[in-house]
Structures are given as structure tokens and as C-alpha cells.
Design a protein around this ligand. Structure first.
Ligand code: GLU
Length: 445
């Protein structure tokens, strides 16, 4: 067994019952064989062993009182994974499925994603099994305040800077920020994704979706193609999906599906204009199921199926982990799809990714494709430190540049280490090397 295979075995043994974390570690370590061969100093200094073990993991009780006066108890998490290149940075996810495995896989991915942005941010992630859907504003506020009453002691603008993820938008960030400020009596950029009037950055809400579109453009360019005239299928229609549609439309493409866990809608005309506006409210204001979109525009609601069966040129999963499996990938291949780009975190299963790579399809891994969100979070941190704000045009131009650089770095690393056009390996290697070199320089810590 090779050194890395042994390490994967050890990770599985030491972290029992954490399949998502195992999956994320396996995918990264698999790419590193040629890097470690060329750089034995990474092996002697145990960089990989240290990388797979979080620097700190915090699990805590979050008690709160619901509107009927009943006490509810949720579980809070923050995994501070790696601070070699900057303060821990990564979102908070509020969703009933949240457990340590999910937060650890997200935190692990975040290390490499954040490194790829070229900005000084380490990797971390947090969240809770709290479900904001169906809760009143007052309940969400009490929950967020209770969570921050414990979490604040681990955070700081130069220590750990959370943001949003699934179930956490500007409302939740606001309640957490207010409580942090009250306890610490400091006004600092301890969270990103804030409202514009209280330290947020313009362009942050758009960043993940726009960034994904910029990245796809670069992938297509390399094959002499563009987004112009392309038909795209997506799944989630939250913050990532809706702004992705907006940018894809601007670049001449057409997005024809949205989905949730119970089915999908196919809109052959494309989601544009008033329909996109309706969709944005559907999620941001009402957290409504996708079926409501079908009902509003007299479209068929395809129950119990995934949108990946709809013929398209490009498929962009925008919802959650492992939402696109082997059979979905096979459908895409058979239907003539040329590109799959992961705008969500780890949305494709390992066997789906392997099939797509085997078929030489353009495949954009999450760490690269969806890095735009955290990149603009880092720009928000810079603006907070300067007590200054950039215009939308300035932020958007920086985002575009960052996404182009991520594409360049990933494809160059893939070629350099013999992975041809495999961007999964390229992104892993490019993200890893920056962190590994910083860890080497800082000694065994
Ligand atoms: N949750 C987002 C991600 O997966 C954004 C994190 C952030 O802005 O810190 O990258």
C-alpha cells in the first residue's frame, strides 16, 4: 500500500461514520501522489497527515425558546481546519442534515478552495442541524443569538471569520453579527455576507453564481467554445442558482431547469426576465418549493426525478453534496452534454466524476467553480480592514480576474503533474501546494 493509501485508511479508521469527510479526503489525496514524489520534504514533515486533522473542532449545545414557549435544543459546530495561509474562513450551514461529517468535508474542501483564490484565508466551516424553514424571524433571531453566545469566543476578524452557506443568508448573518458585537463590544469584520449598510460588500450575494459562470467561460474558451447559445440545466435556486442564471443569461446562455429534493421543473423557453425575478423572490422571500414556479407558469412538475435527465449542453449542480450520481452522469453523457461544473460543494459522487472524466467531458470541480463566493468574502474582509468600500464594478472585475486565475492555476498544475486536462487533480494540487509550503515554513505546528 502506498503512503497516501495508508493515510486514507487511517483517516477512515480514525473518523468512523463520516462518509462525506472520507469522500472529500479521498478525492484530494488521490491527486497528490506525483506531488509527493517530486517533493519528499512534504512527506518528511508530515504535511498530508497534519492537513487531514483539523486544528480545532468545536461542538456545542444551542438551546433556544420557540414561539410557543417550548425549549428547543440544537447542536452547533465549528471546525477550524487549517490556518497556514490566513484566519479560518468558511460559511455556516443551517440544515437538519448537518453533522460532524458534513462540516468536516466542507471545512476540508474549504482549505484548498480558499488557497486557490490567491487570497490570505485559511479553511474552516461550521453550522447547525437547526432548520430555518418554517421558523418565525423571532425564532431564527433567538437561535442565532444563542449560537453566537457560545461561538463568539472562538471568532475574531484575525482568527476565524464565518459567513453564509445553505440556510444562512443576510438575515442570519445580521442576528449573529449583532450578538457578537454586543458581547465583544467591537465593530469588526468577524462575519462576511453582511448587509451593505453595516460592512457588507457589494457583489457578495452575486459572487458564487457569477464566479461559476466566469469559470465555465474559461473552461469553454479552452475548447474554442463560449456560453453563447448554450442550454444549461441547474438544480438549486437559492443564492448560487439564481445569480448563476442571471450571469448565464447576460452571457447569452439559457437555463432551463430548477429543482428541489422532490422533483424538477423544465422551462424550455429559459428562465429570464419576469420569470427570473419571480424565482428570486421564491427563494429569498418565501423559501417556497420549486413546484410553485411550475404552477405559476403552467409548466409540468416532474415529480421524484432529477433535472439531469433533460438534454443540455452544460449541467451545473447548484444545490448540495452528492446530488448528481453515476446514472445522472450517464444520462448527461448520452444526451450530448459537453460540460459539468460543480457550483455546489461536492455535488457529484465519486463514480459520477470518474465517468465524466473518462468520457473526456469538461469537468469543473467545486473547489474551483464555486470559489467566487469566498473570494468576495475575502474582499469584504479587506474592505472592512481598510474601513473603505469598493464599487460593484471594482468588486466584479476583481472576481472575474480571480476566477480566470483559478482556471489558469488549476489547468497548469494538471499539466505539470501529468493529469492532462483533469481540473479535479489540478485544483487539488494547486490549492495544496500553497498551503503545504506555508506549513513547511511554519514548522511542525
Ligand atoms: N459557503 C460558501 C462556500 O462554500 C462561502 C464561504 C464564505 O464566504 O466564507 O465557499
Amino acid at each position: 500500500m502506498s503512503y497516501l493509501e495508508e493515510l486514507i485508511e487511517r483517516v477512515i479508521k480514525r473518523n468512523t461514520g463520516e462518509p462525506e469527510f472520507h469522500q472529500a479526503v479521498h478525492e484530494v489525496l488521490e491527486s497528490l501522489e506525483p506531488v509527493l514524489q517530486r517533493h519528499p520534504e512534504y512527506v518528511t514533515s508530515g504535511v498530508a497527515e497534519r492537513l487531514v486533522e483539523p486544528e480545532r473542532q468545536i461542538i456545542f449545545r444551542v438551546p433556544w425558546v420557540d414561539d410557543t414557549g417550548k425549549v428547543q435544543v440544537n447542536r452547533g459546530f465549528r471546525v477550524e481546519f487549517n490556518s497556514a495561509i490566513g484566519p479560518y474562513k468558511g460559511g455556516m450551514r443551517f440544515h437538519p442534515s448537518v453533522n460532524l461529517s458534513i462540516i468536516k468535508f466542507l471545512g476540508f474542501e474549504q482549505i484548498f478552495k480558499n488557497s486557490l483564490t490567491g487570497l490570505p484565508i485559511g479553511g474552516g466551516k461550521g453550522g447547525s442541524d437547526f432548520d430555518p424553514r418554517g421558523k418565525s424571524n423571532a425564532e431564527v433571531m433567538r437561535f442565532c443569538q444563542s449560537l453566537m453566545t457560545e461561538l463568539y469566543r472562538y471568532l475574531g476578524a484575525d482568527t476565524d471569520v464565518p459567513a453564509g452557506d445553505i440556510g444562512v443568508g443576510v438575515r442570519e448573518i445580521g442576528y449573529m453579527f449583532g450578538q457578537y458585537k454586543r458581547i465583544r463590544n467591537v465593530y469588526e469584520g468577524v462575519l462576511t455576507g453582511k448587509g451593505i449598510s453595516w460592512g457588507g460588500s457589494v457583489g457578495r450575494p452575486e459572487a458564487t453564481g457569477y464566479g461559476a459562470a466566469y469559470f465555465i467561460q474559461e473552461m469553454l474558451k479552452a475548447r474554442g467554445e463560449s456560453l453563447q447559445g448554450k442550454t444549461i440545466t441547474i438544480s438549486g435556486y437559492g443564492n448560487v442558482g439564481t445569480y448563476f442564471i442571471e450571469k448565464a443569461n447576460q452571457l447569452g446562455a439559457k437555463v432551463v431547469t430548477i429543482a428541489d429534493e422532490s422533483g424538477y421543473v423544465y422551462d424550455p423557453e429559459g428562465i429570464t426576465g419576469a420569470r427570473l425575478e419571480f424565482l428570486m423572490d421564491l427563494w429569498c422571500l418565501y423559501r417556497s418549493p420549486a413546484r410553485v414556479y411550475a404552477e405559476e407558469f403552467g409548466l409540468e412538475w416532474v415529480k421524484g426525478k432529477r433535472p439531469w435527465e433533460v438534454p443540455c449542453d452544460i449541467a451545473v449542480p447548484t444545490a448540495t453534496q452528492n446530488e448528481l450520481g453515476y446514472d445522472d452522469a450517464l444520462n448527461l453523457v448520452n444526451n450530448g452534454c459537453i460540460c459539468v461544473a460543480e457550483a455546489a460543494n461536492m455535488p457529484c459522487t465519486e463514480d459520477a466524476v470518474n465517468l465524466l472524466l473518462e468520457k473526456d467531458m469538461l469537468f469543473g470541480p467545486a473547489k474551483a467553480v464555486n470559489a467566487g463566493g469566498v473570494a468576495v468574502s475575502a474582499l469584504e474582509m479587506s474592505q472592512n480592514s481598510m474601513r473603505y468600500s469598493w464599487t460593484f464594478e471594482e468588486v466584479d472585475a476583481k472576481l472575474k480576474n480571480i476566477m480566470e486565475n483559478i482556471y489558469k492555476k488549476s489547468s497548469q498544475a494538471a499539466y505539470e503533474y501529468g493529469f492532462r486536462n483533469n481540473l479535479v487533480a489540478g485544483a487539488n494540487i494547486a490549492g495544496f501546494k500553497k498551503v503545504a509550503d506555508a506549513m513547511l515554513a511554519q514548522g511542525i505546528v
